[in-house]
Design a binder for this molecule. Sequence first.
Ligand code: SF4
Length: 395
Amino acid sequence: MTPRTSSTESAEIPLALYIHWPFCRAKCPYCDFNSHVAQEIDHARFAAAYQREMAHMAAHYGAGRTLVSVFLGGGTPSLMPPSLVAGILEDADRYFGFSGNVEITAEANPTSSEAAMFAGFRAAGVNRISLGVQSLRDAGLGFLGREHSAADARTAITAARRHFSRASIDLIYARRDQTLADWQAELYEALDLGLTHMSLYQLTIEQGTIFHTRSRRGERLIPHDDLAAEMYEATNDIMAGAGLPAYEISNHAASGEACRHNLVYWRAQDWIGIGPGAHGRLTVPGGRLGLATRRSPAAWLDSVEADGHAIDIVSEDDHDATIAECLMMGMRLSEGVPLASMDTRFGRRAVWLNEAAMARYIESDMLEIEGGNLRATPAGRLLLDGILADLSPAG
Ligand code: SF4
């Protein structure tokens, strides 16, 4: 694999760094992430490997670019020793540099031992925490196979707010036996916690998970589609009414509190991934480069120690695929896609947009132009896949 230096034009595009920590205490039955349960973890070996792979990525893909965001995801990054987090962030600053107001997020689980790590994470440089609360009901947490209780979650949220100026929680709804009224009550309780960002996901059954196996055996784990859709609509109404409207399909925030790291993904900007199974996307002349590292923690360690990196997939998208990515990701956002900067990125509008189709959808109130951005209306959001196909110049 010959490393490619990203283009000088990409120096204008924000760059983020994703760090994957692949270990968890237990495997949740709904989870299809690259997460593993290990009896022993050689932290010193991982620390050295993160440093080597970061040095490689910075030299080959990050020249002259500073980071707008770092995201420690997993797995369960809150199981990392704070000294390991501090070392990774020092390396990120050394190899890339941080832009002003850099956002540094760590995902955390709300067990008491992990909450005890918050001070160490804050001292290491983390300035935003994303807590995998998932439910404020013990029965819901039991169903989801989580290790914490609802009381643990509330304690961890209080601790998180004490240590971090920005804290978010994840909740999962549309769980088996959950009624619309149950979910509404749980959501109002979550809002009472005073957070400014929440990620609210409908439970889905993913291939390769324990829930998938149980579901194939005939067990009912999610409600019927109509109830799930009602829950989704109620979620949007309640959150908008509380001043945390959806800025993306599942993400809700007060003004100015959107997760900047995830905005990099949805705006199809650039990011580098470090760690087992981490992905990166970079703008290069003529398209986008996709990178993925080896998924298995042991194989990743071996490759980094042998070669300085564990990249095992490199793909290059041409202009058409890049346009499709920009539209598909950008239209998930309530802000939509910025017409002028898309014109600049792709040369001229006819290259990336079927304007006749856009006009038809604006006429039928499925799309609108607001503040120079093309975006879906609430009605259009429900039909987004078909609209996106028509918006493509080839559509
Ligand atoms: S804690 Fe998170 S990453 Fe780990 S198994 Fe559960 S859902 Fe997956």
